[in-house]
Structures are given as structure tokens and as C-alpha cells.
Design a protein around this ligand. Structure first.
Ligand code: NAD
Ligand code: UDP
Length: 333
């Protein structure tokens, strides 16, 4: 298949480009590089030995998107382009609603115009709100805790309504849990600018001596050790989940959780990182972070049953690969 990948230079997108190319698909990336670098796509080519066609465009720009669509004969779109920092979305809600919703509408509109009927969307576990774990696809959604979360829930709604009106479309809503790690080559990974918001890149920065210590947000949650529990998934497993989703011939809306089904606490992840890499990660316990929930992990049986996909990599792989990427690209800067 020929796949348009908006946001393909980013963390999850770049790993998915690798998985798509390795599975024999052709990949065209559209990215404005607002949170990534073009050289990532050179590294994707180095890993796979295959070329990626790249357009530096903003996918909220309908004219630019239509021009790309007119140049290729796409079989599908996997839409990663969006803003993802939860706290920033609270401070700048309009920025988030505009970028995340307009990109989805512009891309979907262009698909209608150019007869592309397969659309895969990067959704998030945040759409479950404070439901009871494990989160199952059939649950009624509760309000997400941030504008970012609302952009995901609204994008899902827009795409569902579009399928209602166009029953020959196939829309896959993939709800990611906590993607971490990096490609085992150490060439691509998660490279946030500034001080990381997420746990794993913060841990690797502390391990590299770039930040003094990890701040653990609360140890009084009703969890195994009081710290927050999440479902960490290796980004390469997540990328492979997209290939599995594309392989499923389906009409209508399909929703899948992409996680491991296992909950890991912050302290458990810190200790796993220390053991996997033989490095101490100094930490202190501080107050809870506003908007955090105690536990978030997936019921993954639907993806396994219907897509034949299951996360294969464990915490040790996630910690080793994240650290290898940090060492390759950031220790010396
Ligand atoms: P990322 O920031 O690394 O990648 C997003 C890419 O989209 C970047 O390369 C950025 O330059 C590009 N982009 C953003 N707005 C654009 C626009 N208007 N036009 C063109 N390009 C644009 O983020 P990621 O972690 O790879 O996340 C990818 C998707 O998955 C996002 O939609 C995110 O919300 C979703 N998601 C991420 C996580 C996570 O924890 N990383 C969890 C759940 C869902
Ligand atoms: N966390 C932490 N310190 C940090 C970053 C995160 O203790 O510097 C905790 C956070 O409270 C949550 C877990 O780590 O329990 C995962 O947070 P992250 O921001 O990586 O992902 P989220 O689940 O919020 O999307």
C-alpha cells in the first residue's frame, strides 16, 4: 500500500514508518517539523534501506494537503500530526483545539476529495477519563482531564460521524497507552525539546546527569506502592500495531487499545531502569501532579483477537533501548 503519514517525523510516526517500510509498504511523510527534525527520516532510511518521500507542510493547510494527495495514489492515511503536551494544552487550549481538530478535518476532507477511504487515527487512553481499570473499548467515555484529551475524543467523534455518512470508509481509532523506548539501533527515539514532561525521557535525562533527580509526583495513590500506575508499551510494538491495523480489511469504525495490559508503577519503572542499565536514578517524592489519575492500563484482548497483534517487548527492552538512544544523541550535548 501507499500510505500518507502526517506527523511521520515524530516519535511514534518515525517508528511506524520503519515498520511500514519493513512490511513492504510505500511511505510518504507530511510534517511541518514543529516538534521533530528532517534528519529523523534519513535515519529511517538508514535503518530500512528504503526511501521515504517527504513534504514539509502543515496539515492544517488544505491547499498543501490536497497538492500532496494529487501527486500520489494513496491507499490510506495514518494521522500522527498533532500537539501532545497535556499541561501546555491547559495553558493554550485554542492552539490545541485548532491544530489537532483542523488537521483531522483537513486530512479527512482531502481523503473524501481524492477517494482515499482508509484512515487510521492516533488516539489516546486519555479518552477513557477516570473509568475503572482496565480500560475496555466498549466502555462509555468519561470527560478527559485536559483540552488535549478533548481534542482526541472530538477527533474520534468527527471520524465516527464521517463513517456514518460514508459507510464504505474504514476508520481505525487506535488508543495508545504510554509509548516509551526507542528503535534498538539507537538511531531514532523520543527527543523532547527542553525539560521532558514524560517519565521515561525524564529518567534518561537524570541517568545522563543532565537533570539532578527525578521528581516522583505523589506516593499516596491507592496503588501497589503509592505511585502512579501506567501501561508502558515499547514504541516498536506500537508501530507494529499500526501495520497489523492496516492488514485488517474492515469497513466502518474499529477501535483498538494498543498497550500491554500490564500496569507498572513509577517506582517499579525506576527500579527496572536501574537494573536494566546498571545506573542509579536519584529521585525525590513531591506532590501529586494536577490532572493525574492513579491507574491507567489497557484491556488488550480485542487487538489480540481481531488484529492478531500483541506487544512482545518487556520493561527491560523499553529501558535499555531508551537509554541507548539517550546515550547516542544526548549525553554529549
Ligand atoms: P511527536 O510530537 O513526536 O510527533 C508529532 C509530529 O507531528 C511531529 O513530527 C510534529 O512536527 C508533527 N506535527 C504537529 N502538528 C503538525 C501540523 N499541523 N502539520 C504537520 N505536522 C505536524 O508526538 P508523538 O509522541 O509521536 O505522537 C504522535 C501522535 O500520537 C499524536 O497525535 C499524539 O497526540 C498521539 N499520542 C501520543 C502519545 C504519547 O505518549 N507519545 C500517547 C497517546 C497518543
Ligand atoms: N511522573 C513522575 N515524574 C515525572 C513525570 C511523570 O512521577 O517527572 C509520573 C506521572 O505522575 C504518572 C507517570 O509518571 O504517574 C506517567 O506520566 P507521563 O507524563 O509519562 O504519562 P501520562 O500517563 O501522564 O500520559
Amino acid at each position: 500500500m501507499v500510505i500518507l503519514v502526517p506527523g511521520g517525523a515524530g516519535f511514534i510516526g518515525s517508528h511506524t514508518c520503519v515498520a511500514l517500510l519493513e512490511a513492504g509498504h510505500e511511505v510518504v511523510v507530511a510534517d511541518n517539523l514543529c516538534n521533530s527534525k528532517a534528519e529523523v527520516l534519513d535515519r529511517v532510511a538508514t535503518i530500512t534501506g528504503k526511501k521515504v518521500t517527504f513534504y514539509q507542510i502543515d496539515v492544517t493547510d488544505a491547499e498543501a494537503v490536497n497538492a500532496v494527495m494529487a501527486k500520489h495514489s494513496f491507499n490510506g492515511v495514518i494521522h500522527f500530526a498533532g500537539f501532545k503536551a497535556v499541561a501546555e494544552s491547559v495553558e493554550k487550549p485554542l492552539l490545541y483545539y485548532y491544530n489537532n481538530l483542523v488537521s483531522t478535518m483537513v486530512l479527512a476532507q482531502a481523503c473524501l476529495k481524492h477517494g482515499v477511504k482508509r484512515f487510521v487515527f492516533s488516539s489516546s487512553a486519555t479518552v477513557y477519563g477516570a473509568n475503572k481499570v482496565p480500560f475496555v473499548e466498549t466502555m462509555a467515555l468519561l470527560p478527559p482531564a485536559s483540552p488535549y484529551g478533548h481534542t482526541k475524543a472530538m477527533s474520534e467523534r468527527i471520524l465516527m460521524d464521517l463513517v456514518e455518512a460514508n459507510p464504505d470508509w474504514s476508520v481505525m481509532l487506535l488508543r495508545y497507552f504510554n509509548p516509551v523506548g526507542a528503535h534498538p539501533s539507537g538511531l531514532i527515539g523520543e527527543a523532547p525539546t527542553g525539560i521532558p514532561n514524560n517519565l521515561m525521557p525524564y529518567i534518561t535525562r537524570v541517568a545522563a546527569g543532565k537533570l539532578a533527580r527525578l521528581r516522583i509526583f505523589g506516593n499516596d495513590y491507592p496503588t501497589v506502592d503509592g505511585t502512579g500506575v501506567r501501561d508502558y508499551i515499547h514504541v516498536v510494538d506500537l508501530a507494529e500495531g499500526h501495520v497489523a491495523a492496516l492488514n485488517k480489511p474492515a469497513k466502518g469504525v474499529q477501535i483498538y487499545n494498543l498497550g500491554t495490559g500490564r500496569g507498572t508503577s513509577v517506582l517499579q519503572l525506576v527500579h527496572a531502569f536501574e537494573e536494566a542499565n546498571g545506573i542509579k536514578v536519584p529521585y525525590e517524592i513531591v506532590a501529586r501532579r494536577p490532572g493525574d489519575i492513579a491507574e491507567c492500563y489497557a484491556d488488550v484482548s480485542k487487538a489480540e483477537r481481531e488484529l492478531g497483534w500483541k506487544a512482545k517487548r518487556g520493561l527491560v527492552d523499553m529501558c535499555r533501548d531508551a537509554w541507548r538512544f539517550e546515550k547516542n544523541y544526548y549525553v554529549k550535548d
